[in-house]
Design a binder for this molecule. Structure first.
Ligand code: PEP
Ligand code: MN
Length: 338
């Protein structure tokens, strides 16, 4: 349930409304937006008396919210959330955030070289996997701690914030210390224990959409993180599994619009994992920006043919540098900047 406060309400009216809701056994989330102030009930709101609340002097309207996600719901927080990821970079504002880098960290020269190249082309942050969720247990599993250390070196060389995937909560204290944005991969989108744990941490979370997850399931996973107190969630559409096998996944661009309609959280698009084909990345990235994405997550590798992971979908630094001015042009068409 949400309470929409009247324009010009007083502090005592606000407190009265908060207390009335708390008396009904819920916690209250106060969202002071640009136009309205909204009080959102967190928890079981079945005991709240809608009519009584509606009669409070500072209250304009009371609304039952039917969606199961609350803190992630735009009804609870009408303004877009803008998430600070460090290094002066924000995700969700007018300026698009392009996160680029290799699927996995392979060595110092590789990660720092790619970081410098993507930075020069205008990337806002560096991606790179140190712990890789691979289908085969015999495939390269990532460099682990050393990979994170190399990401930190690349960060030092470029100033780019780093984004990397957390697979196990065992690594969470280390990630909290070193990483700027913690990625929760598609395969862990419904690892509820992991979601609860990152919900208690202080770093922004990039939450990828699960392999076959509905938009509501995805937003419920964001809700798990936010329920723990971490409101800094960035959603990432990375394609879903459909009957189509030509592409690795099917990029669901309508999900960008839906997620942004339903939620205030920023949404970025990963065309690399969605398509699985490097030659499709540019056009799908541009389409994502046209659809209203708040940013992109793009795999860029110095030598895609010899990449240890996901080479087929990785573009080169030169291709990335060609893409970025086009992203800026499409961004301008939809009222955004790069
Ligand atoms: C990745 O970003 O390299 C990755 C493994 O992505 P996803 O979880 O979307 O498959
Ligand atoms: Mn990858």
């Amino acid at each position: 349930m949400i309470l929409i406060m009247k324009q010009g309400f007083s502090e005592s009216e606000l407190q009265e409304a908060i207390h009335a809701m708390e008396a009904g056994g819920v916690k209250v989330m106060v969202s002071k937006g640009s136009e309205t102030t909204i009080l959102g009930a967190e928890g079981n709101s079945s005991k709240l008396d809608e009519e009584k609340l509606a009669q409070l002097t500072g209250v304009e309207r009371v609304m039952r919210v039917s969606e199961p996600f609350k803190k992630a719901n735009r009804k609870y927080h009408p303004d877009n959330s803008v998430i600070d990821i460090g290094g002066g970079v924000q995700v969700g504002g007018d300026k698009l955030a392009v996160i680029a880098g290799p699927c996995s960290v392979e060595g110092e020269a590789q990660i720092t070289g790619v970081a410098q190249a993507v930075k020069a082309a205008g990337a806002a942050a560096l991606r790179g996997g140190a712990y890789k969720p691979r289908t085969s247990p015999y495939a390269f599993q990532g460099m682990g701690v050393e990979g994170v250390r190399l990401l930190l070196e690349a960060k030092q060389a470029t100033g780019l914030p780093i984004v990397t995937e957390l697979m196990s909560s065992d690594q969470l204290p280390f990630f909290e210390e070193c990483v700027d944005v913690i990625q929760i991969g598609a395969r862990n989108m419904q690892n509820f224990d992991l979601l609860k744990k990152v919900g208690k941490c202080s770093k922004p979370i990039l939450l990828k959409r699960g392999l076959s997850s509905t938009i509501e399931e995805w937003l419920m996973s964001a809700e798990y993180i936010m329920a723990g107190g971490n409101n800094n969630v960035i959603l990432c559409e990375r394609g879903i599994r459909t009957f189509e096998t030509y592409t690795r996944n099917t990029l669901d661009l309508s999900a960008v619009l839906a997620a942004k309609q339903l939620s205030h959280l920023p949404v970025v698009v990963d065309p690399s994992h969605a398509c699985g084909k490097a030659w499709m990345v540019e056009r799908m990235a541009l389409a994502a920006v046209a659809a209203g994405a708040d940013g992109l997550l793009i795999e860029v590798h110095n030598d895609p043919q010899n990449a240890w992971c996901d080479g087929a979908q990785s573009i080169t630094p030169a291709q990335f540098a060609e893409l970025m001015p086009k992203v800026a042009q499409i961004a301008a068409c939809v009222g955004r900047t790069l």
